[in-house]
Design a protein around this ligand. Structure first.
Ligand SMILES: Nc1ncnc2c1ncn2[C@@H]1O[C@H](COP(=O)(O)OP(=O)(O)OP(=O)(O)O)[C@@H](O)[C@H]1O
Ligand SMILES: [Mg+2]
Length: 301
């Protein structure tokens, strides 16, 4: 594992021994169609793994298998000590350590920001109202939205709604976070604020698995980049190697399309990844100002 020590504090020896996520021989079929074909992948504690690849390659299915939103056809999945694929596992309990953020924010439209953050804490974690409120406010602070706690989702921009969704996940005290294209539904000018919040989590040492088309983000924060195509992990390694110097032809072709969408010729075999147009082209430059604003007070390591 390559966790730069300037970015994160070192994991303890026990942390280092057990992967946060261990995916072993994972196969997933929908009917006759096999969409994940024998995937092996470990994510170590505090590691950030970005998953990239064309539309339909199985990225979301992989992420959804980790918390058993999809049931694997074969193979095993461990999250920390829990075997998620064990039929006897207490799946609700095992899932509690996993936060998930989707492309669509999935906030409750009829609840205020604060209520969106407290409801599951009280129902699932059985926290008292005051405890839930305190945790919620801490996490709104973390995503730069302390001043919007009484707003309703419809009164917020997409970027703000996604930051609320992240804060809601964090309020459940997850040990690891799964992100499935968290910025793909956003207008281009709102992408940076969400990525800045995610970078703050990286700096805090959160274990993260992120499906993204934001290549600049992946280069910046990923300890490891995994390129998927056709249900396989085709190539994996550091961001520098996979994005900067890909070895496999399919990785090269994908990156050429994503990093330079206008280069695609009429008649090229091409499945557009959702958000690819915004992904690399519009956001190749990180936004240091936003970064500073949203990470203030978080960067202790
Ligand atoms: N519930 C389902 N039933 C049947 N087929 C499905 C289901 N979910 C996904 N698939 C198929 O599995 C394949 C992989 O889908 P998946 O959503 O994992 O791809 P992806 O890499 O996340 O794509 P995108 O970049 O467009 O989000 C696709 O061919 C898709 O049509
Ligand atoms: Mg997907």
């Amino acid at each position: 594992m390559s966790v730069p020590q300037d970015k994160k504090t070192a994991a303890g020896p026990q942390d280092a021994a057990v992967p946060a996520i261990s995916i072993q021989g994972l196969v997933k079929s929908f009917g006759q169609v096999e969409v994940l074909k024998n995937i092996d992948l470990d994510v170590m504690p505090r590691e950030v793994v970005c998953v990239i690849g064309p539309s339909g390659s199985g990225k979301s299915t992989l992420l959804r298998c980790v918390n058993m939103l999809e049931e694997p056809t074969a193979g095993k999945i461990f999250v920390g000590e829990h075997e998620m694929t064990d039929p006897d596992v207490d799946i609700d309990r095992a899932r509690r350590s996993i936060g998930m953020v989707f492309q669509q924010f999935n906030l409750f439209p009829h609840l205020s920001v604060l209520q969106n953050l407290t409801v599951a804490q009280q129902k699932v974690l059985k926290r008292s109202k005051s405890e839930a409120l305190q945790t919620a406010r801490q996490n709104l602070e973390r995503v730069g939205l302390a001043h919007r706690e009484t707003a309703y989702p419809a009164q917020l921009s997409g970027g703000q709604q996604q930051r609320v969704a992240i804060a809601r996940s964090l309020s459940m005290d997850p040990e690891l976070m799964l992100f499935d294209e968290p910025t793909s539904a956003l207008d281009p000018e709102l992408v940076g604020e969400v990525l800045a919040v995610m970078k703050g989590l990286v700096r805090e040492g959160m274990t993260m698995m992120v499906v993204t088309h934001e290549m600049a983000f992946a280069r910046d924060v990923a300890d490891r980049v995994v390129f998927m195509d056709g249900g396989y992990v085709v190539e994996e390694g550091t961001a520098e190697s996979v994005i900067g110097n890909p070895q496999q032809e399919r990785t090269q072709a994908f990156l050429a399309r994503v990093l330079n969408p206008t280069s695609v010729q009429e008649g090229d075999e091409f499945t557009a990844p959702a958000g690819a147009d915004r992904g690399a082209a519009a956001h190749a430059q990180p936004d240091p100002a936003l970064d500073a604003r949203f990470s203030r007070g978080q960067d202790n390591g």
